[in-house]
Write a protein that binds this ligand. Structure first.
Ligand code: ATP
Ligand code: FE2
Length: 333
């Protein structure tokens, strides 16, 4: 068994400023502090979100320090990218300060890999297909042989972006996901929308254009229902294709859109039909959080990654395919 490590992790890529402490083995989240930025109007304004994170950094850290003792911390991790530059820099600065103060290693982690790895850790999935769905990403992924193979992705906008842009047009606030889910549950009338799947890729911009043109003309509940049924069917179809192609029978979802009950229900149905398993986990870990960053800090440190403070600049466009993946099952306990 590996040496026990305790990592403090900081998330600050976009709307959420989160700090958490995770211990392993066995996996345990000792605390999970989150401060979520809500834009006054429209979507995320990067400089406003960064200001929010800066204003909350010290009170969030104080809350963490009231729950754990600093002597237990072995390493410090932060979301190095991808994300919004001004937001990333707030988390990175705090992480550098903590690492210097405690004299502990600093690990810069990839936010997308952290979503995937928290899902793998919490479900103990050995060899899954992962559907990563969030505000900025829509990908079908297979973690294998030390890397993340992206089998399919969106050809234009992410599914979370589809939901948020539609919600903005329909005046449902930001983020759109929770409100769209609630309204969708009040309808069962399907309006035909563009269904665009090419192999294992999807495209949502045609659907967004049509939905936007129907705002005010069709009941909003029906639009929310139709968006969910159509977009999620596309996502489940490409995920199923990936499972069939690689002959895999475990399926997990990562990222904020995974908080959607209907998407997880459809995932369960698809898996039951093909005698596979959909592995679910507590809903609060789908959205951005510090726990996944602390956990990914431990994973990457064990893979030999760490940074000198001088070289720890953020990477707003860091791609998942350039990140090392841990071998299947190694960190499952
Ligand atoms: P990433 O860098 O991973 O793209 P992100 O900034 O999009 O991160 P996440 O918390 O991973 O952050 O995902 C946020 C997205 O999840 C938003 O688009 C939001 O509308 C969506 N979302 C949240 N809850 C739900 C829900 N219940 N149903 C559908 N979508 C949801
Ligand atoms: Fe995210």
């Amino acid at each position: 068994m590996e040496e026990r490590l305790t990592c403090i992790g900081i998330e600050s890529t976009a709307h959420t400023f989160g700090i958490s402490v995770v211990k392993h083995p066995p996996f345990e989240a000792l605390c999970d502090v989150r401060r979520v930025y809500r834009p006054s109007s429209g979507g995320i304004h990067p400089s406003e979100a960064a200001k929010h994170h800066l204003q909350n950094a010290s009170n969030a850290l104080q809350e963490v320090l009231s729950k754990i003792s600093v002597e237990d911390i072995d390493l410090v991790s932060f979301s190095r990218g991808p994300g919004l530059g001004p937001c990333l820099r707030v988390g990175a600065a705090l992480a550098r300060m903590i690492a210097i103060k405690l004299g502990k290693p600093l690990v810069g982690v990839n936010h997308a890999a952290a979503h995937v790895e928290i899902a793998r850790a919490l479900t103990k999935a050995a060899n899954p297909i992962v559907l990563y769905v969030s505000g900025g990403n829509t990908q079908v992924i297979h973690p294998s042989e030390g890397r993340y193979v992206v089998l399919g992705e969106t050809e234009d906008i992410a599914v979370g972006n589809l939901i948020d842009a539609f919600a903005r047009k329909a005046d449902l606030g930001f983020p759109g996901g929770p409100r769209v889910m609630e309204l969708a549950s009040k309808s069962s009338r399907l309006i035909r929308l563009p269904y665009s799947v090419k192999g294992m890729n999807v495209s949502f911009s045609g659907m967004l254009t049509m939905l936007e043109s129907l705002v005010g003309k069709e009941p909003v509940e029906d639009l929310c229902f139709s968006l969910q049924e159509t977009a999620f069917s596309m996502l489940i179809e490409v995920s199923e294709r990936a499972m069939a192609m690689l002959g895999l029978n475990e399926f997990i979802i990562a990222g904020g859109v995974g908080a959607n009950r209907r998407l997880r229900e459809m995932a369960g149905e698809m898996c039951r039909e093909r005698k596979a398993v959909f592995l679910d986990y507590p809903v609060e870990y789908y959205a951005d959080n510090g726990v996944m960053i602390a956990w990914e800090g431990i994973v990457q440190y064990r893979l030999g990654e760490s940074l000198n403070v001088e070289e720890s600049v953020v990477k707003p466009r860091w791609r998942l395919s350039d990140v090392k993946a841990p071998p299947p099952g190694l960190y499952s306990n």
